[in-house]
Write a protein that binds this ligand. Structure first.
Ligand code: NA7
Length: 557
């Protein structure tokens, strides 16, 4: 790819993405290797990534706020006062902006820049990136911080372009939206009932001025109470004194959250005592009800069935119409085998006379029409606004829109149906990595929160990945290496280990973004193992062992 031209910038490290991963990468690499030229390019107009794009009504953490922030800035931990046990999106975005201001990160970020292609240059061991405006960026090293859920997908149903009302995806919510003004007297439809749909539907249902809300549900999801509360100034002061212990606890749990599973197995415990634990967890805020229950809940089919039955009863108690309750109870997967969305009155929304559930398993969508949605029973559901809460091309998805030319011109993602696709390193979207950090044939390229990393408590995973990547870069600098690549042997072994870790998990038996399935993306209909299913403790141990063994599994030159 040609020589350096006037429109070409040159860096030691180029980072793509200015969400939590990208801003911490910028901060840490700058801090550890101050002499290097580091740059972030970002498609959006500002920082925040997921927490910038997802500004739909009701968007908030369902991870505990106090465990979901950067642990490395002790000063900011003492300065920052959180309002909610589960922070709302605008507050999280303010926090991220404060991190960037405090550490002067804005001057290292170029906004409104979307990468179109990436070309490995064998001659001088650099990457050449080209953006949508044909600007070129040459860099020795590249850190991908493009996010796990950053590429929204619209449903593959006919007619979506014909709709004459307003229609948008939840992660492309209209700017300056005002619920009272924009939803008043409107007939609103929401397709999708994942974590996003559940938050959007609940919040919308609470707006008294809407005319109606119609929920189009293809697969019901298990969901349970979030139980958000305000953090009082007194509580905040106490939390500030406990941060060391909070992050130590996160470091000791399999998912990086504050919750440790109960080590007992379901059948070791008498039935009344089981119910006592389930009730206790159900009454607690946050993920206790997902992550704090018996250790075999997500591997033992019978144990999972018992807990799912308990949860199904909770739904029946909350939804007045038994037929609606039945539609809302998942039948094809057990509780917790998909990522559990937490809710704040979701089930009660269906008791309102202006909220309607359309069970797409009984009456599938035929087509979107100019006026609304036509289902197989011949009914046209008329709508003014249609919201697509239909999720993302997850994990490998952010890499998908970029044209990759790795070593020997290998593509990154490809379909086995095509000759070119067969040479792809992630054939049919199946990730192949070493430690989830590097990909053979893609030298000098690192992934933070890439496939094969643990995705539990996201900031905890990000901090570890950024620290390991920075250490690797420091090692290259010290040793004057201009080339680093994961060996095929190391990637084979690691990919096998990741597959091994996922065995026995009931979550493998259901389609979800976690198992790499998205029916709206061609080539993503078959399940794959895209995330590290072992414990985050084990993952970090393996990263440390690799470093202690002189970065075993990497080839340097
Ligand atoms: P999810 O969890 O992937 O949910 C997407 C939802 O959209 C889900 O209910 C899908 O039903 C539904 N969907 C997708 N395509 C269609 C079509 N074609 N027709 C009808 N319904 C459809 O995405 P979210 O944004 O809610 O959450 C992603 C993560 O963000 C979440 O797990 C948290 O970690 C934060 P399906 O189940 O596929 O039948």
């Amino acid at each position: 790819m040609g020589s350096i031209g006037p429109q070409e910038q040159d860096y030691d490290v180029l980072i793509v993405g200015a969400g939590l991963s990208g801003i911490y990468s910028l901060y840490n690499i700058r801090k550890q290797i101050p002499s290097w030229r580091v740059k972030v390019i970002e498609a959006a107009e500002s920082v925040g990534g997921t927490w910038l794009w997802n500004c739909y009504p009701g968007a908030r953490f369902d991870s505990e706020t106090i465990s979901y922030q950067f642990s490395w800035d002790k000063e900011l931990l003492q300065e920052w006062n959180w309002k909610d046990t589960f922070s709302a999106q605008p507050d999280t975005l303010k926090y991220i902006e404060r991190v960037c201001e405090k550490h002067n990160l804005y001057d290292g970020i170029q906004f409104n820049t979307r990468v179109k292609s990436a070309h490995w240059q064998d001659t001088d061991c650099t990457w050449l990136f080209i953006d949508e405006n044909s600007f070129r960026y040459r860099t020795r090293f590249f850190v991908s911080c493009m996010g796990v859920l950053s590429c929204p997908t619209l449903p593959a149903i006919p007619g979506i372009k014909t709709f004459e009302g307003q229609a948008f995806h939840t992660s492309r919510w209209p700017k300056d939206f005002d619920m009272k003004r924009d939803f008043a007297n409107k007939r609103i439809g929401v397709i999708g009932t994942g974590a996003t749909g559940i938050q959007t539907i609940t919040e919308t249902s609470k707006e008294p001025s809407i005319q109606s809300l119609t929920v189009f549900q293809r697969t019901p999801n298990w969901s349970a109470p979030l139980r958000n509360t305000k953090i009082t100034p007194g509580q905040m002061e106490k939390i500030k004194m406990e941060y060391d212990a909070i992050f130590r606890r996160c470091a000791s749990t399999p998912t990086g959250f504050l919750h440790q599973p109960d080590p007992r197995k379901t059948h070791e415990v008498p039935p009344e005592e089981r119910v006592e634990l389930w009730e206790k967890c159900y009454a607690e805020p946050g993920f206790a009800k997902w992550l704090g229950v018996f250790s075999d809940t997500y591997t033992d089919r019978e144990a999972n069935k018992l807990y799912s039955d308990f949860m199904a009863d909770k739904i029946r108690q909350r939804v007045h119409d038994p037929a609606v309750a039945d539609s809302l109870i998942p039948k094809n997967h057990g509780f917790g085998t998909r990522r559990v969305p937490l809710e704040s009155g979701y089930f009660e929304a269906f008791n309102q006379s202006n909220v309607h559930l359309v069970d797409l398993q009984k009456t599938p969508v035929e087509t979107v029409t100019p006026k609304g949605i036509l289902t197989s029973d011949g009914k046209e559901h008329e709508l003014d606004i249609l919201v697509y809460a239909t999720g993302f091309d997850a994990i490998t998805g952010a890499f998908n829109p970029i044209e990759w030319h790795g070593k020997d011109d290998r593509p990154l993602i490809g379909s086995s149906d095509t000759e070119l696709g067969k040479r792809a390193v992630w054939l049919d979207h199946r990730p192949y990595t070493y430690l989830g950090l590097m990909i053979p044939s893609f030298p000098n390229m690192f992934t933070v929160l890439g496939p094969h990393q643990p995705f539990g408590n996201i900031p905890r995973s990000i901090e570890n990945a950024v620290q390991v990547v920075t250490q690797l870069l420091e090692f290259c600098k010290q040793e004057n290496y201009t080339f680093v690549e994961a060996t095929a042997e190391a990637a084979d072994k690691w990919t096998e280990h990741v597959v091994e870790c996922s065995k026995g998990a009931l979550s493998n038996e259901i389609d979800s973004w976690m198992t790499g399935v998205n029916t709206n993306v061609p080539g993503k209909r078959v399940r794959s193992v895209a995330r590290y299913g072992g414990s985050a403790v084990e993952y970090r141990k393996r990263c440390q062992q690799c470093r202690a063994a002189g970065w075993e599994g990497f080839h340097f030159a």
